[in-house]
Design a protein around this ligand. Structure first.
Ligand code: KG4
Ligand code: ZN
Length: 362
């Protein structure tokens, strides 16, 4: 059996996992840092990297113990080395280099976004069918891809401002729901009326595959607090979220979520039906052979409404829908180790000079 230990420290989750070449997950340990960042309503990079230093080796030990695997049984060490917060990435990469060197096994650097697009194959997941339309929705990314195979990606569009998860998190702050906001908006929306507030669905120009969520977020802010009086630091709002009753807050949450999800579905439609007009306007060539599947990943792929709508979209368009299991939607190391198996099979390993890089390759 080929066993890869994967490490993930790109943002605010410290994670380690052991995955075999069949993509069976022997362990998948994730230590979140929600409690450390909650009071700031967002990730503080310096706090995140210090917490990774403290948590990483206990998490690795736990992953090996749960898997019942000794370090001598590991075939390779994989690590997410891009994209992410550089100070966070460096903790995982330094540990992975030390482990690979001391165990004398290959080191494999993995692109976190590509790993999100492999996560649906983990565990009991299916073999992913290519060519595929890929969608990564997370706290740092909102991107559409054309995938010829697991490692050949063409980015069709991405966000011009806030990532969708960031927009959910900021919307939650506006609604007084705390951090992390995405799951809280998801839960509260189930009791809300999504038709009560008609928030904008920004789709940019008629052929664009890029996203923009900052206008939707500002529209929610003004709907909740009223238009500001004055400008800049002296601006004051007419009211705040505490002036709304609980049902109204739930209705805002549901209305926001519906608008954000509508935008994603509209962009999926456009990406599936690339036309000569899209090519003229954005240089994206139509599909040579039609996509077989829709591959979905990233923390926001845990969102209940988005999962339902993406599944329905895939069904309507006769695409296989590859949605990761819930444990593999949020940041985790199983997706890093799983993707590393593909790289290892292609002979792609790295030396100890493996860099950390803030941006994705994809
Ligand atoms: O993939 P991920 O764990 O980290 C990044 O790579 O960014 O994604 C985290 C993001 C956060 O913004 C979080 O609020 C969002 O995913 N998220 C959700 C849900 N669960 C997590 N957003 C909407 N609905 C959810 N159920
Ligand atoms: Zn992620």
């Amino acid at each position: 059996m080929t066993l890869i230990l994967g490490l993930e420290t790109s943002c605010d989750e410290t994670a380690a996992a052991v995955v075999d070449e069949q993509l069976s997950v022997h362990s998948n340990v994730v230590a979140t840092q929600f409690d450390l960042h909650e009071r700031y309503a967002g990730v503080v990079p310096e706090i995140a990297s210090r917490a990774h230093v403290e948590k990483l080796m206990p998490v690795v030990t736990e992953a090996l113990t749960q898997a019942g695997v000794g370090t001598h049984e590991l075939t390779a060490i994989a690590v997410g080395h891009r994209p992410g917060l550089v100070g966070s990435l460096i903790v995982g990469v330094a540990a992975a280099k030390a482990l690979a060197w001391s165990l004398n096994v290959p080191l494999i650097g993995v692109d976190h976004v590509e790993a999100h697009l492999s996560a649906a194959a983990l565990g009991d997941g299916p073999d992913l069918a290519y060519p595929a339309l890929g969608l990564v929705v997370s706290g740092g990314h909102t991107s559409l891809y054309r995938l010829t195979d697991a490692q050949t990606l063409e980015r069709l569009g991405s966000t011009m401002d806030d990532a969708i998860g960031e927009a959910f998190d900021k919307a939650a702050v506006i609604l007084g729901l705390g951090y992390p906001g995405g799951p809280r908006i998801d839960t509260l929306s189930k009791t809300g009326d999504a038709s009560r507030f008609n928030l904008p669905r920004p789709t940019l120009d008629q052929h664009s595959l890029d996203f923009s969520f900052s206008g939707l977020k500002t529209a929610l802010l003004y709907a909740v607090r009223g238009h500001p009086v004055g400008r800049g630091k002296s601006a004051s709002f007419q009211r705040d979220h505490v002036d709304h009753d609980a049902q109204t807050i739930a209705d805002f949450a549901a209305s926001f979520q519906a608008a954000a999800v509508d935008v994603v579905i509209e962009k999926l439609e456009r990406a599936l039906h690339l036309t000569a007009e899209t090519q003229d306007a954005h240089g994206l060539t139509p599909w040579e052979s039609p996509p077989q599947s829709l591959i979905f990943g990233g923390g926001v792929s845990a969102n209940t409404l988005l999962r339902e709508r993406v599944q329905a979209f895939a069904d309507e368009n006769a695409l296989a829908c590859h949605l990761p299991a819930m444990d593999y939607c949020i940041d985790n190391a199983a997706m890093i180790a799983g993707h590393a198996h593909r790289l290892l099979a292609n002979g792609e390993t790295h030396g100890l000079e493996l860099p950390v890089i803030a941006t994705t390759r994809a």
